[in-house]
Structures are given as structure tokens and as C-alpha cells.
Design a protein around this ligand. Structure first.
Ligand code: DGY
Length: 329
């Protein structure tokens, strides 16, 4: 019987994925709560044929050069900005991700943050907790309506489309912006493609669903906040650096926008003494949009299947650089 491939997993993921790896491979597992540092990552990857990585692991050309046996980097995430895909492609290393299985959970979190930020839910709960609730008040903790409001979705891929469907019961007008326009999507999802500027000017809610790359880094900064309504709510369940953090702090402090709901931040993790944490009009959760039992189980098993498929010479279900499989390096 042929030797089993050597596989590294850089964190404990749900058994739905780990069991597949344990059965089919010789598994080296990082069991700590915090990610391995670069030196520890090198030790873990030593001699590995495949790596199941997290968004907290930076995999660049130098790492790949130190581990020339790696054939696949299978990311336990739909985003893959932690991996230098060009460097991997140049070296013939497959990069896989976990699309689709987290669409519902992520869109649900974007919607949760929209309602929480608009209706000041965290601030209101703190108000009770701090024993400040003395009477019913006609103007106490007034928020913004969702019904009949305009939602702007930036990045109209799988998750953005889920969100558009989700709000259909709220009679919202949905504007979308994407570098790729799908001619059938306007009718199918009841949305309208507009420029980013128009979306920012007209939207009551702006929800970000783009990948992080050099085109989207700081896509929302001082100029963009200046275009937004003073009643607008910004939601980020994409990647922290899509928003310029300093500009966001300024916009929230000066009332340039009403509120923000953030699943992701820059930096990440966000220290408790960061201004975004103490601002009452900013709701921050620790990058948990895909954190439902079902979604994480499905991510784990898809990431493991992707990895094992590449090692078995089969086409994985989700690959970011398919040209590697066709040998066009
Ligand atoms: C992703 O998948 O990219 C999320 O940020 C984590 O689920």
C-alpha cells in the first residue's frame, strides 16, 4: 500500500474536516488556540504535501520556497488574501477555498449587523446594563428604519446576492455595485447596478461584500464617507482593510455617518482600547460571520475534500488557480 500523504492543518477545525484528513493522510495538527508564528509554521509545514490553512496564516512565495513539497494550500475560508496566489501559481501549487457553504451564515450576519447598528441594539442593552433605564422616553435611543430604505451592496457575488434576497421582505430598494455586471441579475434579484459614487450617495445602508485585493483596499475612505448620508449605516462583513479605519473613526465621531456594524476590522484582532470599540455608534463582532455550526462543518469538510482531491490528482470542488491543474505554469 502506498504511503499516506503528509498533511498539515494549522488549527483545529471541526471534525467534519479533520476526520477526512485523519483517514486519508498522515496529519500534523497545530492544536493551540492562537495561530502558529512564522517559525512554528515552518516546522509544521516541513515535509508536508498539503496544507490546510486559515486566514491567519500568511502563505507567500518565501514560505512556498521553503516547502517545495507542498502541492496544495487549502484555505478554510472563502477569502484567500492571506495566500499569495500568483506566487503559488508560479510554483504550481494549487490554492483552494470554501465558497458557497458560508453564504447564508455570512449574509445573515450582515443583516444582523444592519439591524443591530440601525436600531442601536448593543448601545441599548448597555443602557439597561448600566442602570440608566429610568423611564419610557419619546426620543430615547432613536434609530433608523429598514423598511422602505435603500440598501447598497458593494460586491454582488454569492453573499451579496443572498443579502439582496434576504431583505426582499423589507420593501427596500437595492442598489448594487460590482466590477463585473451580470446582465440577468437586475431582473433576477430585483436590484439595479450603479456606480460606487451613486450607491454611496443614495444608500441608507452600505454593505461590503468584495474580496480584498489591491483594487479594493481602502475602497471606503475619506472621500467615500463624504458622499454618504449622515443617516447611513456601513456594514463590513468582507475584509477589514476594505475600509480605511482612520477615516471610519472620523466619520463615526463627527456624525458623517450614523453607525457602523463590523464583522471584520483593520487591524484584526481589534484591541479593546481601539476607538472603534468605545464608539457607541459602532458595533464590532470578532470576525464570526461564518461561525454557525453548519457553516463551519461544511467549510471544514470542503477544505479537507479540496486538499485531498488535489493530492489524489483529482479536480477539487473549489480552486482559485485552476490553471495549475492544467499544467500551464
Ligand atoms: C472567509 O471565509 O473568508 C471568512 O472571512 C471566514 O469565514
Amino acid at each position: 500500500m502506498a504511503d499516506k500523504p503528509k498533511v498539515t492543518a494549522t488549527r483545529v477545525i471541526p471534525d467534519a474536516g479533520l476526520d477526512l484528513l485523519r483517514d486519508a493522510a498522515e496529519l500534523r495538527l497545530w492544536e493551540e488556540e492562537l495561530p502558529p508564528d512564522p517559525d512554528q509554521l515552518d516546522v509544521l509545514l516541513d515535509g508536508a504535501d498539503g496544507a490546510l490553512t486559515l486566514l491567519t496564516d500568511r502563505i507567500d512565495g518565501a514560505v512556498l520556497d521553503r516547502h517545495p513539497g507542498l502541492k496544495v494550500v487549502s484555505n478554510f475560508a472563502v477569502g484567500f488574501d492571506n495566500v499569495d496566489v500568483d506566487a503559488a501559481t508560479e510554483r504550481g501549487v494549487a490554492v483552494c477555498n470554501t465558497p458557497n457553504v458560508l453564504n447564508d451564515a455570512t449574509a445573515e450576519m450582515a443583516f444582523t449587523l444592519m439591524t443591530a447598528a440601525a436600531r442601536r441594539v448593543v448601545e441599548a442593552a448597555d443602557y439597561v446594563r448600566d442602570d440608566r433605564w429610568k423611564t419610557w422616553g419619546p426620543t430615547l435611543l432613536l434609530g433608523q428604519d429598514l423598511t422602505n430604505a435603500t440598501l447598497g451592496i458593494v460586491g454582488f457575488g454569492r453573499i451579496g446576492r443572498k443579502l439582496a434576497r434576504m431583505v426582499s421582505g423589507f420593501d427596500m430598494e437595492v442598489l448594487v455595485h460590482d466590477v463585473y455586471q451580470d446582465p440577468s441579475a437586475e431582473a433576477e434579484f430585483g436590484v439595479k447596478y450603479v456606480s460606487l459614487d451613486e450607491l454611496l450617495v443614495r444608500s441608507d445602508y452600505v454593505s461590503l461584500h468584495v474580496l480584498l485585493n489591491e483594487d479594493t483596499r481602502h475602497m471606503i475612505s475619506t472621500d467615500q464617507f463624504a458622499r454618504m448620508k449622515s443617516t447611513a449605516v456601513l456594514i463590513n462583513a468582507a475584509r477589514g482593510p476594505v475600509v480605511d479605519t482612520d477615516a471610519l473613526v472620523h466619520a463615526l465621531e463627527t456624525g458623517e455617518i450614523f453607525a457602523a456594524g463590523l464583522d471584520v476590522t483593520d487591524p484584526e484582532p481589534l484591541p479593546a482600547d481601539h476607538p472603534l470599540v468605545s464608539l457607541p455608534n459602532c458595533t464590532v463582532v470578532p470576525h464570526i460571520a461564518s461561525a454557525t455550526v453548519t457553516s463551519r462543518d461544511n467549510m471544514a469538510s470542503l477544505a479537507a475534500r479540496n486538499l485531498l482531491s488535489v493530492l489524489n490528482g483529482q479536480e477539487p470542488e473549489a480552486i482559485v488557480n485552476p490553471q495549475v491543474l492544467r499544467g500551464s505554469r
